[in-house]
Design a protein around this ligand. Structure first.
Ligand SMILES: NC(=O)c1ccc[n+]([C@@H]2O[C@H](COP(=O)([O-])OP(=O)(O)OC[C@H]3O[C@@H](n4cnc5c(N)ncnc54)[C@H](OP(=O)(O)O)[C@@H]3O)[C@@H](O)[C@H]2O)c1
Ligand SMILES: O=P(O)(O)OC[C@H](O)CO
Length: 336
């Protein structure tokens, strides 16, 4: 595929939440044209009137010469050469069902989602490839420790673009790099996509422990054990040599496990403090992907049978209503 000047890239951004808003800021300010699909007509109208997304990162002003918000998904996709998926994983299927099977032919697809398709227990890129009959070389993922809220504040951030096609990964990196974003390519698409799913489970469990009153000492041991749990799982699924201390793996785990902005840690913290899963979900105006990830990874591990005490504990708390204090007590004995 030809390498266009940055200003000629046309990106369809799917999603109206924090991450879609942050990515739209990065790529549009960098020169790309963005057709931005949001599901809410009111939000599109608000954006067109004020240049701001009303409910997510509302301090960010968009240049409407480069950013075109719209609710017609098929139109937005038809106009673009890149598609960036930034809706929570649970809504990928219903959103993409609006497109016909040839809609993504000859396009490059980047998943910015850190979750799996619930019920199917498959990675988003695998689902999209199968649903639209795409070659692996058309697909990539955005990974790395990067909270949308810090992008809005233009704080220094690092992203990794994973794809089996090095040229695709490097081209998308070029669309992202700016004064405060550094981006690097990686060939380990599966590894970084699975790791991004798993770090949400760990952050959620850190939140549970914090909500129960456990401190930094315990959390450090939880995160250390989590790295081993992630290593075992990734090795069982995709035994490539990979450096788990790289920022796309460990960095992403740390930011989610420790940050004040983490949705997954916040959700877990509420559960640890005694909220039911339903009431914690209702209290948050954002989506904690980890809730769904726990079930998908737990189900996948029924076949793999790896030692995954943290995922198992989170599963029993969230899906079998076992008291959080009981599960953390059991984890204490399993950690080293
Ligand atoms: N936030 C970050 O810092 C960050 C960073 C990296 C990756 N990610 C990943 O990006 C993905 C999107 O997360 P986010 O943080 O942008 O989400 P978010 O800020 O929590 O926003 C939730 C989004 O889900 C949409 N939504 C809710 N119910 C829906 C439904 N039934 N059908 C379709 N859409 C629905 C909301 O639309 P309405 O507003 O219209 O309700 C909103 O756009 C996740 O996989 C997340 O892990 C996020
Ligand atoms: O930290 P969380 O739980 O908000 O998840 C958002 C992103 O995955 C951070 O990279």
């Amino acid at each position: 595929m030809p390498v266009f000047p940055k200003s000629m890239h046309k990106i369809a951004m799917l999603g109206g939440g924090s991450w879609a808003t942050a990515l739209t800021k990065i790529v549009s300010e960098n020169g790309s044209h963005v057709g931005w699909w949001l599901r809410s007509k009111d939000d599109v109208q608000h954006l067109l009137r004020t240049r701001h997304n009303p409910r997510y990162l509302s301090s960010v002003a968009f240049d409407l010469a480069r950013v075109q918000p719209a609710t017609d998904l098929a139109d937005v996709v038809a106009e673009a050469d890149w598609l960036v998926l930034a809706v929570p994983a649970a809504f990928v299927q219903p959103v993409l069902d609006k497109l016909d099977r040839d809609a993504l032919k000859n396009k490059r697809i980047i998943s910015a989602i850190k979750g799996m398709i619930p019920e199917k227990n498959v990675l988003v890129t695998d689902y999209v490839a199968q649903r639209f009959r795409l070659a692996p070389e058309q697909l990539g993922v955005v990974a790395g420790p990067c909270h949308a809220e810090e992008v809005a504040l233009e704080k220094q951030s690092y992203l990794t673009i994973g794809s089996p096609d090095v040229e695709l990964a490097e081209t998308f990196c070029q669309l992202l790099r700016n004064r405060y974003v550094k981006a690097h390519p990686s060939a380990d698409l599966d590894g970084i996509e699975y790791c991004a799913v798993m770090k949400n489970i760990i952050a959620l469990t850190c939140g549970i422990a914090h909500g129960l009153g456990y401190g930094d000492n315990f959390q450090a041991v939880l995160v250390s054990n989590a790295v081993q749990e992630i290593r075992r799982f990734l090795h069982a699924l995709s035994p490539l040599p990979r450096d788990l201390s790289a920022s796309a793996y460990l960095g992403d785990l740390l930011v989610t496990a420790y940050s004040q902005f983490s949705r997954n840690r916040t959700f877990g913290n509420m559960v640890g403090r005694g909220y039911s899963v339903k009431s914690a979900q209702m209290e948050m105006n954002m989506v904690a992907e980890g809730y769904y990830a726990v079930k998908s990874i737990h189900d996948l591990n029924k076949k793999l049978k790896e030692f995954m005490p943290i995922t198992d504990a989170a599963y029993r708390v969230l899906y079998e209503k076992v008291a959080p204090a009981v599960e953390i007590e059991l984890l204490k004995e399993k950690f080293r």
